[in-house]
Design a protein around this ligand. Structure first.
Ligand SMILES: Nc1nc2c(ncn2[C@@H]2O[C@H](COP(=O)(O)OP(=O)(O)O)[C@@H](O)[C@H]2O)c(=O)[nH]1
Ligand SMILES: [Mg+2]
Length: 235
């Protein structure tokens, strides 16, 4: 099975490495060399299937490099990370996102907006509402606040991106099947989709005290909801 390449992007010091290492190794490293750019592998189970992830923890995004273009090209999903204690780091994501969309030549690139260091309530300068606003501007890109320190919402952000990748793949396969069967758009609307991530249609926000990646609905309701969505798939 091929690897799902994820890329963690954001300004220096926002916690990209801490988030990645916390997700991959389950530990919080406080003293991580800011110049280290490394990739990590992790297998994880989502909806009873195993996915092999390759996660690139980037460094030094300030300057454009051919290297960066290369890894954005090969990345399937992106975590755009800022720190809630650093307004500039949120602003830097605007250009970073545009670069990703340009290089991927698509406006449907799997990504999540991540406001890290949510545990530093006293040093916070970016409110939850501002994160939501940015996510809305970006077409409701799922938004989470995380704390690498407390391991809050860390798993959730990675799972969300992988689910988006899976969903895009299913929809692409669906479109191909429809096209080769000579059917019009929408013919494959009944094909099962990966379960919609909590934050896709509704912005998922949760502070570190309540590390849940979005509103949890009772099972039956959810099933009903996803059926409805299937009927509305636009291919
Ligand atoms: N309080 C707090 N500090 C964090 C968190 N994540 C990272 N840090 C701090 O921010 C520093 C920079 O993190 P790092 O992951 O190296 O940032 P990177 O440059 O984006 O990779 C770390 O040394 C930690 O001290 C977090 O969730 N909470
Ligand atoms: Mg780093």
């Amino acid at each position: 099975m091929r690897d799902y390449k994820l890329v963690v992007l954001g300004a220096g010091g926002v916690g990209k490495s801490c988030l990645t290492v916390q997700f991959v190794q389950g530990v919080y490293l406080d003293t991580y060399d800011p110049t280290i750019e490394d990739s990590y592998r992790k297998s994880m189970e989502i909806d009873n299937k195993i996915f092999d992830l390759e996660i690139l923890d980037t460094a030094g995004v300030a300057q454009f490099t051919a290297m960066r273009e290369l890894y954005i090209k090969s990345g399937l999903g992106f975590l755009l990370v800022y720190s809630v204690t650093d307004r500039q780091s949120l602003e830097e994501l605007v250009e970073l996102r545009e670069q990703v969309l340009r290089i991927k030549d698509s406006d449907r690139v799997p990504m999540v907006l991540v406001g890290n260091k949510a545990d530093l309530e006293e040093e916070r300068v970016v409110s939850v509402e501002e994160g939501i606003e940015m996510s809305s501007k970006w077409g409701k890109v799922p938004f989470y606040e995380t704390s690498a320190l407390l391991r809050s919402n860390v798993e959730e952000v990675f799972v969300d991106v992988v689910r988006q990748i899976i969903r895009n793949e299913l929809e692409a396969a669906n479109a191909n099947a429809s096209a080769s069967a000579g059917l019009g758009a929408g013919a494959g609307a009944g094909v099962a989709r990966a379960e919609a991530p909590a934050g896709r249609e509704k912005t998922a926000v949760s502070r570190d005290k309540a590390p849940v990646g979005g509103p949890k609905k009772p099972e039956p309701k959810r099933r009903k909801k996803s059926k409805k969505k299937n009927a509305c798939v636009v291919l």
